[in-house]
Write a protein that binds this ligand. Structure first.
Ligand code: GRF
Length: 216
């Protein structure tokens, strides 16, 4: 069974969806081995504690360089989960250094609120609405050293409505995210999804736009 360490910076609603999935059986009970936050006041830490998941706080402000923070981050992850941890980014608002990405050898996944490769970076809802898009969504992808880059694992699409605001669109996209991320992690746990480049699903190379999973 794969084991996950979840990195957060804030509210932790994505983390909560993963915790809930371990409680409904959608994910194996003990697969969430720990949570690391770079922000000591992140509400996600309360969610982790309530679920009895070990937490570490590692403030980036205590480190002089991105690289030195990332070395400590990797140490923290291996303390929480010594055996082949998979790093699950869930609202972690830090760019990871190439050194960290190499250390984790293709074992980092992220969820980004856009249909990558479109709308990398921040403020995806505002940008999609301003551009007059008719479709938005969310992407689970492997992480490489570039911003929101790396092979796509799965996507869920969300049609944009004419009266959408960034908030209403965000609400619908996050609903999809909370269903999609546990599904992808469950496939990784079951060894059906192999984190390699290109990633494989049941032994087959998955499409460049990723899997579309059920009704998500
Ligand atoms: C999600 O929309 C995800 O796409 C992005 O962070 C948001 C969730 O933040 N990476 P949180 O889990 O509520 O902290």
């Amino acid at each position: 069974m794969s084991q996950f360490v979840v990195l957060i910076s804030g509210n932790g609603s994505t983390l909560q969806a993963l915790i809930d999935a371990t409680q409904t059986g959608a994910l194996p009970k003990d697969c969430l081995r720990g949570v690391v936050s770079n922000i000591g006041t992140a509400y996600g830490l309360e969610r982790a504690k309530a679920a009895h998941i070990p937490c570490h706080v590692l403030s980036h402000a205590d480190f002089l360089t991105r690289e030195s923070f990332d070395v400590a981050l990797a140490e923290s992850i291996f303390q929480l989960c010594p055996d082949d941890p998979i790093v699950v980014l869930a609202g972690f608002m830090r760019i990871l250094s190439p050194g960290f990405v190499t250390t984790m050898q293709g074992r980092i996944v992220n969820i980004h609120p856009a249909l990558l490769p479109a709308y990398k970076g921040l403020h995806t809802y505002e940008r999609a609405l301003e551009a007059g898009e008719t479709m938005h969504g969310t992407t689970v992808h492997m992480v490489d050293a570039s911003l929101d880059g790396g092979p796509i694992l799965a996507q869920a699409r969300v049609p944009i409505q004419s009266n959408d605001t960034p908030e209403t669109l965000k609400t619908r996209v996050q609903e999809k995210e909370r269903a999609l991320y546990p599904k992808v992690l469950a496939l990784i746990c079951d060894n059906r999804l192999q984190l390699q480049n290109p990633p494989l699903f049941d032994g087959e190379v998955i499409p460049a736009s990723g899997l579309v999973l059920g009704t998500v």
